[in-house]
Design a protein around this ligand. Structure first.
Ligand code: ACO
Length: 328
């Protein structure tokens, strides 16, 4: 059975501070030319020192609520997808519920799914809506600037901070989630990881001294290969599940990790570049915020219009991947 759910409002937010490739040139042994040709990234946004996850989440959530014509008190549930929470415990959703004045509704994080987290979260939301006809705020938010080593050029130049949000409900709004597919390959859990801070490698003096406490590590080439394969497969699967063909898809919104990954997914699918959405030059990889932020932005800049069938696909740590078909 396919369960559809409506999207009543979209929201996005990025911090004001622009951090360019030239800024990275000052800190690590890299060049603007290397970053642009290998990744497509020109700049990214970084949160101010006094900004944290709930701040970015709140800003994106308020934009989505406004479009939906709702207040925080109209929301029945909150799900936040993030790998960079406000604090270790409790979850960011608890802070967000309080800030939005949402009442004592269920609010919880879907953490650790990396860049695929928000698509997994809308999958959970549509199932919850099928059980109870309720309005759910689903946020993707990341401050990846806080978990990277600012000394390791292989990873630090790739990421940015930001947030995206939607309000979902049983009907109405401007878009409908037709279906979602998702998958996980836990055998690759060690390939893209921030392993310090959990119970296996707790915070201790050694973690602080060595810098391991904020050290996201990855095997870039393996991530690249798997991202192309899994996002292409998931996009094909979702298109087939909703009874459409690639020709019916107005826009593919892929996770924004590397322009070469986006190009390779387009090539694999046989979708020409102008139907592959890209904003990586301006924001870099903003993890679970990438897809909801891109959907919000693409509607604002006219790349998504009423009547469009849009396919979103994401891939991240886990490895987790997911794709959704959204009818505008
Ligand atoms: N500046 C200059 N040189 C660099 C930099 C940098 N910032 N980073 C790496 N290099 C060097 C390497 O040291 C290497 O030097 P060597 O040849 O002397 O050994 C050379 O550039 C080539 O390195 P490669 O790893 O082969 O470069 P590649 O073309 O594979 O690009 C990259 C690396 C950009 C990380 C790519 O593999 C990639 O994007 N992978 C996906 C990773 C990713 O997106 N992870 C994010 C999280 S998961 C997700 O969101 C999908």
């Amino acid at each position: 059975m396919s369960i559809t759910a409506a999207i009543l409002g979209f929201g996005g937010y990025v911090p004001e501070r622009v951090f360019t490739n030239r800024d990275w040139e000052e800190l690590v042994d890299t060049t603007d030319e290397w970053i642009v040709t290998r990744t497509g990234i020109r700049e990214r946004r970084f949160a101010a020192p006094d900004e944290a996850t709930a701040d970015l989440a709140e800003n994106a959530a308020r934009v989505a609520l406004e479009e939906a014509g709702l207040d925080g008190s109209d929301i029945d549930e909150i799900i936040v997808a993030t790998d960079t929470p406000e604090v270790y415990t409790p979850d960011t959703a608890a802070f967000l519920q309080d800030r939005l004045g949402a009442g004592s509704i269920p609010a919880y994080d879907l953490g650790g799914s990396g860049c695929a987290g928000w698509l997994q979260a809308i999958d959970v939301a549509r199932a919850r809506i099928a059980l109870h006809p309720e309005r759910i705020l689903v946020v993707g938010v990341e401050l990846i600037s806080r978990i990277i080593s600012w000394k390791e050029r292989e990873t630090c130049v790739l990421f940015g901070d930001g947030a995206g949000a939607v309000v979902m409900g049983p009907e109405g709004g401007t878009a409908k989630v037709l279906d979602v597919v998702a998958g996980t390959d836990g055998s690759k859990a060690g390939i893209l990881t921030l392993s310090t801070g959990g119970t296996r490698h707790p915070f201790n003096q050694e973690a602080v001294t060595s810098g391991a406490y904020n050290h996201l590590t990855m095997n870039g080439r393996e991530v690249f290969r798997e991202a192309v394969r899994r996002m292409s497969e998931a996009a094909r699967e979702i298109i087939e599940r909703v009874g459409a063909s690639l020709a019916d898809v107005a826009l593919v919104v892929p996770h924004q990790a590397n322009q070469r990954i986006i190009d390779a997914v387009g090539k694999e699918l046989g979708v020409e570049p102008d139907r592959m959405y890209s904003n990586i030059a301006s924001y870099g990889n903003i993890g679970s915020a990438t897809v909801p932020f891109a959907l919000w932005e693409a509607r604002r800049n006219g790349r998504i219009r009423p009547g469009d069938l849009v396919v979103a696909a994401a891939f991240g740590a886990g490895f987790h991947w997911a794709a959704a078909a959204v009818q505008f």
